[in-house]
Design a protein around this ligand. Structure first.
Ligand code: PEP
Length: 252
């Protein structure tokens, strides 16, 4: 297996003291600096500078949770890719289901954000996934295809990107996709990437997200097309996030 990528999405959680406690525990774990796993932590914007002060830990990178598609200007409350880069980020989440559903972000906007990220020298982690209604209506592949099609128009301009499959019904619900369900969609995404991007499509890392825990991480990460995980709730405590990292490291 290639080196797994394990991403923490802290969402709107933690103050500075809590972030420092996390990093103090996390960064001293020998597995983190061992190089077996690539670790990315995406904290809230107010914590980026604190997080970036730990980014000299080998194999730890910092990511933003969202960015504006514009480079700068009169967009009160927004943050640009260059600002994230300036704050020490190397990655940024785009199209997280909470952004798509709560803030009505369309696939076209998500694609623009991915382009803006690349323009700012950030690697976008593009999230896609179906709702429960989509899955029950046998529309999973159709939804994923539509979400990715918008991105393919920008893909020639993206030096590098990551795709995270996050079924909406599995995010924060404790209802994880079975390894077989996740693998099936990952294989479909891989096929789409190769169809649209040729050999480059094989090099795009595919992550699974949705109620990943230390208990289920191994069964997901051992699937042939799952190359890492995007973790919400279980990334908030260093101990549980480290257990997931350890599971990833054992597979190398
Ligand atoms: C997420 O926020 O991307 C996520 C997958 O959350 P959770 O792990 O809590 O389901």
């Amino acid at each position: 297996m290639i080196r797994p990528i394990i991403v923490a999405n802290w969402k709107m959680n933690k103050n500075t003291q809590e972030a420092i406690s996390f990093f103090k525990e996390f960064c001293t774990d020998p597995t983190v600096s061992s190089g077996q796993v690539s670790c990315i932590v995406c904290p809230a914007t107010t914590l980026l500078h604190t997080a970036a002060s730990y980014a000299d830990t080998p194999n730890l990178s910092i990511g933003g949770q969202n960015l504006n598609e514009k480079e700068k200007g009169a967009f009160t409350g927004e943050i640009s890719g260059t600002m994230l880069r300036d704050a020490g980020c190397k990655f940024v989440l785009v199209g997280h289901s909470e952004r798509r559903h709560l803030y009505r972000e369309s696939s076209d906007l998500v694609a623009k954000k991915a382009f803006a990220a690349a323009h700012a020298n950030l690697i976008p982690i593009v999230c896609v996934g179906e709702t429960l209604v989509d899955r029950q209506g046998n529309k999973t592949f159709q939804v994923i295809r539509t979400q990715l099609n918008a991105l393919f128009n920008e893909a020639p301009f993206l030096a590098s990107f990551i795709v995270a499959y996050e079924p909406v019904w599995a995010i924060g619900t404790g209802q994880v996709a079975t390894p077989e369900q996740a693998q099936e969609v990952h294989a479909f995404i891989r096929q789409l990437l190769v169809e649209r991007l040729g050999e480059k499509g094989r090099l795009i890392s595919l992550l699974y997200g949705g109620s990943v825990t230390p208990e289920n991480a191994k069964s997901l990460l051992t699937q042939p097309d799952i190359e890492g995980a995007l973790v919400g709730g279980a990334s908030l405590q260093a101990a549980s996030f480290l257990q997931i990292i350890h599971e990833g490291a054992r597979l190398c």
